[in-house]
Write a protein that binds this ligand. Structure first.
Ligand code: FDM
Length: 207
């Protein structure tokens, strides 16, 4: 039996990181072998460049080059993730291919072009997409610190994320008006059937 690949996606400040932390604490409490990979993974060579790009406005890259770096950042760690899955570890991804496509396509790059470098990467068994009915995330604490945290841009990203809503593994979760505990409860309920190990192979992203 292999471990499940679970992605948590969402716009900035939808509570993704808080929820991921809650989820990890619960998995630990239940002794379920698990691992978190947060993309961009900022501690690799490529990840360091991405971090500079995101935090220093003077570090200019064209949109295509930036996009390919984000994808390369996934490819550089994918073998390790696959090995963990084979060993039965549940791997939680905080952002993945969907963020990659949505943020770059929101800048005006072609959607299919954006997906191309990620073709062949494993598809999550479940993707939980945290979202607001209203564009409430712009008012949340900390918003505006990094390159992409501009309300108008976030609206575009949100719109492009919706292209994935017909994917079979996609589970949108509205967080408006819900407490951290309530959102956690919903995430936990969605995860149940993936925690005991899976015997099917991993699917991959394709055009
Ligand atoms: N982001 C993230 C991208 O533009 N492309 C990607 O492939 C990924 C994984 O990086 F604004 C953007 C999304 C976000 C920024 O992400 C940093 P975190 O989750 O805020 O660290």
């Amino acid at each position: 039996m292999r471990g499940a690949l679970i992605a948590i996606e969402g716009l900035d400040r939808t509570g993704k990181t808080t929820q991921t932390e809650r989820l990890l604490a619960k998995l630990k409490e239940l002794n379920i072998t698990h691992k978190l990979v947060k993309f961009p993974k900022r501690d690799t060579q490529i990840g360091k460049l991405i971090n500079t790009y995101l935090t220093e406005k003077s570090f200019d890259l064209n949109d295509q080059a930036a996009h390919l770096l984000f994808s390369a950042n996934r490819w550089e760690v994918i073998e390790e993730i696959k090995k963990d899955l084979q060993d039965g570890t549940v791997v939680i991804l905080d952002r993945y291919v969907y963020s990659g496509v949505a943020y770059s396509a929101a800048k005006g790059l072609d959607f299919q072009w954006c997906l191309s470098p990620d073709i062949g990467l494993p598809k999550p068994d479940l993707t939980i997409f945290l979202k607001f009915r209203q564009s409430e995330n712009a008012s949340r604490a900390g918003f505006g610190d990094e390159r992409y945290e501009v309300a108008e841009f976030q609206e575009k990203v949100k719109h492009i994320f919706e292209n994935f809503s017909t994917n079979s593994e996609w589970s949108p979760l509205y967080v408006d008006g819900l407490s951290i505990d309530q959102v956690h409860g919903k995430i936990w309920a969605l995860l149940q059937k993936y925690l005991g190990g899976l015997d099917n192979g991993l699917q991959v992203f394709s055009i």
